[in-house]
Design a protein around this ligand. Structure first.
Ligand SMILES: Cc1cc2nc3c(=O)[nH]c(=O)nc-3n(C[C@H](O)[C@H](O)[C@H](O)COP(=O)(O)OP(=O)(O)OC[C@H]3O[C@@H](n4cnc5c(N)ncnc54)[C@H](O)[C@@H]3O)c2cc1C
Length: 376
């Protein structure tokens, strides 16, 4: 892995940045999704034989970061091509690949991802969504919460467990549940978030699914799940870095011009230094994200796991800090709708909480990397 970006990656970055600039912060999510799809950006990580770009998470994270830096992130990129596309490409049956990958790659189909449950939260080992066999079919029952984009997704990849593995260490299995399947209900959660995508609480009440709704192998679920979760963390880092860069750029533009004494406020070090720090931190985080993506794309799932967690943690923190400083730099204007920065205060927190919280990553590094004992 080179720490210097390749010419191809630079070219991709600037092409996506140009697309993002055309759409900007008042973007129409559907229109941007369609245009990004047409240009081949949404499936850059998926296999060429199914219409993807044949690249990896390295390329997909560039796309999301640049759209975010232009003020128009596409959250569903984190779930549809990154988690669901990856899991199906790596572990799906041939029929599942043929059925889903071309659409996920060209953006005509979208898939949401549901693992979080009301009574499990950060502790995925406690999920109780259960799949029971009925002849060759499956009957899936359970509840999910905070699942993004279920209304706009053709299907949701639901993480459950089979009846005979209902308790104990998680032995997950993954099911593709089409949006309008009987018994699959959603209720929109009223979030204090200004975002183009919504979150839902899901109820699965004996949802009948054919045998081929089960992705890959019933016994390889954990491996499959982790294959999708590393890209999710890397893409969340890209989301956070993009948002942090967007906020920082607004603040820098403002600080160069706004003058209330003799010089623009950006000349005061109390304004300039925190902005410089935010820039440094975002740049450092990108390096860790690139390392995680390079490890993942090289097939090193274990190495990628640690780096992806660290990148997601650091990106969430750098994003929250950059947004906070950007809002402050604009004074009263930081809170106006016209400048649109205050809404990022809550949006930035998403990267600290999801898909795995700051504390759970610190736990992971304490135990896995440093070998410290566990408190839970
Ligand atoms: C905008 C948004 C979009 C989302 N989209 C999706 C989605 O598409 N699909 C999906 O499956 N999920 C999604 N989520 C859910 C997200 O992954 C969870 O919110 C997250 O995993 C935290 O779970 P929780 O909210 O239940 O918090 P909890 O697990 O209840 O945690 C609450 C607090 O306690 C802390 N905590 C918990 N356990 C420990 C511990 N052992 N040590 C120290 N601290 C601890 C946490 O860090 C956190 O600060 C989304 C969430 C948001 C906000």
């Amino acid at each position: 892995m080179s720490t210097i970006e390749t010419e191809e990656h630079k070219a991709l970055r600037s092409a996506v940045a140009a697309l993002g600039k055309r759409h900007g912060r008042d973007y129409d999510r559907e229109a941007l999704w369609a245009e990004a799809a047409k240009l081949g950006y949404l499936g850059v990580n998926l296999p060429e034989e199914y219409g993807g770009g044949g690249g990896g998470i390295s390329e997909l994270s560039i796309v999301l970061e640049e759209l975010g830096a232009a003020g128009c992130p596409l959250l569903m990129m984190v779930v549809s091509p990154a988690i669901c596309g990856t899991v199906i490409a790596r572990f799906g049956t041939d029929a599942q690949k043929r059925e889903w990958l071309p659409g996920l790659a060209d953006g005509t189909r979208t898939m949401a991802f549901g693992i979080t449950e009301p009574d499990a939260g950060s502790n995925s080992h406690r999920i109780t969504t259960t799949a029971r066999r009925d002849g060759t079919d499956w009957l899936l029952t359970g509840r999910k919460v905070f699942i993004s984009g279920v209304d706009i997704a053709d299907a949701t990849l639901i993480v459950g467990r089979t009846e005979d593995a209902r308790t104990g260490t998680l032995k997950p299995c993954l099911f593709i549940v089409p949006r309008d399947t009987e018994g699959f209900q959603r209720r929109r959660i009223d979030m204090e978030l200004s975002a183009a995508e919504w979150q839902f609480e899901l109820t699965l009440d004996d949802v009948r699914l054919p045998a081929d709704a089960l992705v890959g192998d019933e016994d390889a679920g954990l491996l499959q799940l982790f294959a999708g979760l590393n890209p999710e963390r890397i893409m969340t880092a890209a989301f956070a870095i993009g948002m942090g860069r967007y906020a920082l750029a607004q603040a820098v533009t403002y600080a160069r011009e706004r003058t209330v004494w003799k010089t623009p406020i950006g000349a005061h070090q109390a304004i300039a230094h925190p902005l410089a720090q935010a820039h440094i931190e975002l740049e450092l985080v990108r390096l860790m994200m690139q390392k995680a993506a390079a490890l993942y794309d090289s097939g090193d799932d274990v190495g990628a796991g640690e780096a992806a967690n660290m990148a997601k943690y650091a990106a969430g923190e750098a994003c929250v800090k950059a947004v906070d400083q950007a809002v402050h730099t604009l004074g009263g204007n930081g809170l106006t709708r016209e400048f649109g920065l205050a809404r990022l205060i809550t949006a930035a927190r998403v990267a600290r909480i999801a898909p795995v919280s700051r504390e759970m990553i610190l736990n992971y590094v304490s135990h896995q990397t440093l070998g410290l004992p566990k408190s839970y």
